[in-house]
Design a binder for this molecule. Sequence first.
Ligand SMILES: O=C(O)c1ccccc1N[C@@H]1O[C@H](COP(=O)(O)O)[C@@H](O)[C@H]1O
Length: 219
Amino acid sequence: MSLLVKICGLSTRETLDVALQAGADMVGFVFFPPSPRHLSLETARELGRQARGRATKVALTVDADDATLGNIVEVLQPDILQLHGKETVARLRDIKRMFGLPVMKALPVETAADLAPLPGYAAVADRILFDARAPKDATRPGGLGAVFDWHVLENLDLKLPFLVSGGLNADNVAEAVRVTRAGGVDVSSGVERTPGVKDPEMICAFIRAARATEELMVR
Ligand SMILES: O=C(O)c1ccccc1N[C@@H]1O[C@H](COP(=O)(O)O)[C@@H](O)[C@H]1O
């Protein structure tokens, strides 16, 4: 079975090209000013054109208002919106209706209790992304390189496609997929030299390692 591989937080033409050439299925662009990966609308327009038709373009936002989302949609022309804040189920429904795009809701996970809101989100979202819950004093809700206990997802029975993220890298992605049986993986920090600076070798190594797990995925 094939595994969806998403490389997130791309911000330069060069590293976007590496991800596309190496076969990333999804490329993520971050629109959240406190993040070291935050993109200006001008850069987003340029990278959006470069990725068009080559991979699924993902716009990552955190509790963005309608106007901000509208600007992002206009310049990037994303294929899917990744909602990584505290957006409610009703807000997801509104965003889908307003922009006519699929949405991927990120859910912060630390313990099994964090899965309680899942049924509500699963009724509206097109995909779910399970990410490590950020510490209370963190400046952003993701992209911190933090891992969660994948065993929380071990017996998950979710009809919706889901991805796993949080501290993934070329060395641990196989184990994350084995434990969670996720249909996709998402990485940002694990393919960076320093926060916000993607490393071409690490991107290629991650995609290779993720692809190598596909043989293990018998569902
Ligand atoms: O990447 C960011 O800066 C970011 C900012 C705000 C919300 C989410 C963000 N990144 C996403 O977080 C997960 C995990 O990232 P990491 O691999 O642990 O660094 C991933 O989905 C990123 O897309």
